[in-house]
Ligand binder design. Structure first.
Ligand SMILES: Nc1ncnc2c1ncn2[C@@H]1O[C@H](COP(=O)(O)OP(=O)(O)OP(=O)(O)O)[C@@H](O)[C@H]1O
Ligand SMILES: [Mg+2]
Length: 288
């Protein structure tokens, strides 16, 4: 499906949960356009004395593409890591497809109570990192089929067929038998995206997927992400690339010192940033 993202948004029925507007956020909270996939409520996360997230609400409905921007250290990666439970927030709820993560203990001693629930959530929320994290000793195809076979129990032949298909999709169909070190950075990142897609995730979390790449390699990866957005995939993308955020997202969130300082429809927010902090941040980054 190659429909325009904004056009496809109009086809989603309203069914998402409403989220509260956090303090400090003077702009429109996101009204989810589709059935809720990932919903974070009042997320608080500290590391020792450092309070990194101070009460974040975020909801991605099916087909939503949310871009998370903010200066270094504002808590963007920590928020993504809380979403798939790589970090455990001391307070707040993580709700996946309407199913709230069950906890045992509280505050600093809080941990997930149900391991199967965590596994389900992680399997369905594929994460793509800045550093591609491919297994160096495996070919690209082996990297892609490993988790579908071991975690999802797929047959090797079916996993390989899907692997080849996904490599074609990201434009590196000829690299199945190469090792990661034989690929450019852009090709490795596209392989990492194919690996994430092979898990048939319900949503994808990208943490600075292009920032380790030279501009021309970055463009190859941006093309793939844009195509995924057009397919109506649910994605949360942390990025320093304002053009990417503006191009692919239907909702933009600006994090500042652990709070949502501003959010809204990307064109509106970029053209008319309300807060001085966002104005400063945008003028310090490349123009959009
Ligand atoms: N595991 C950890 N232990 C201690 N402090 C941490 C840990 N992870 C993150 N932090 C701190 O939390 C703050 C937010 O970090 P985070 O990585 O979420 O920022 P970010 O917005 O992703 O920044 P960047 O744009 O540089 O990637 C930083 O001050 C960081 O040093
Ligand atoms: Mg980060």
């Amino acid at each position: 499906m190659k429909t325009d993202q904004k056009q496809s948004d109009q086809n989603h029925s309203d069914g998402g949960l409403e989220i509260d507007t956090p303090s400090g956020d003077n702009s429109a909270a996101h009204q989810s356009t589709g059935q809720s996939v990932i919903c974070l409520k009042n997320i608080h996360k500290s590391f020792g004395n450092l309070e990194v997230l101070k009460g974040i609400d975020l909801e991605a409905g099916r087909g939503d593409v949310i871009a998370l921007i903010g200066s270094s250290g504002s808590g963007k990666s920590t928020l993504l890591r809380c979403a798939n439970l790589l970090e455990i927030p001391q307070q707040g709820e993580v709700i996946f497809e309407g199913d709230a993560v069950k906890w045992k203990g509280s505050d600093w001693s809080r941990s997930p109570a149900d391991f199967d629930q965590v596994r389900k959530l992680r399997t369905n929320l594929a994460m793509v990192f800045q550093q591609f994290n491919l297994w160096a000793h495996m070919t690209i195809l082996q990297n892609i089929i490993e988790a579908p076979i071991t975690v999802l129990g797929r047959e090797r032949q079916a996993a390989e067929a899907l692997g080849h298909e996904l490599l074609e999709k990201v434009g590196i169909g000829d690299k199945a038998d190469a090792y990661p070190s034989q690929l450019s950075g852009g090709q490795q990142q596209r392989a990492a995206i194919a690996r994430a897609l092979a898990m048939e995730p319900k949503a994808m979390l990208f943490d600075e997927p292009t920032s380790a790449l030279d501009p021309e390699l970055e463009a190859e990866v941006v093309r793939v992400i844009r195509a995924l957005a057009r397919e109506g995939r649910t994605m949360i993308i942390v990025t320093h690339d304002m053009k990417l955020a503006r191009d692919v997202a239907n909702h933009l969130i600006f994090l500042h010192e652990g709070l949502i300082a501003e959010q809204g429809e990307p064109d509106t927010v970029f053209e008319n940033p309300k807060s001085e902090r966002l104005q400063k941040f945008l003028s310090a980054t490349a123009s959009v």
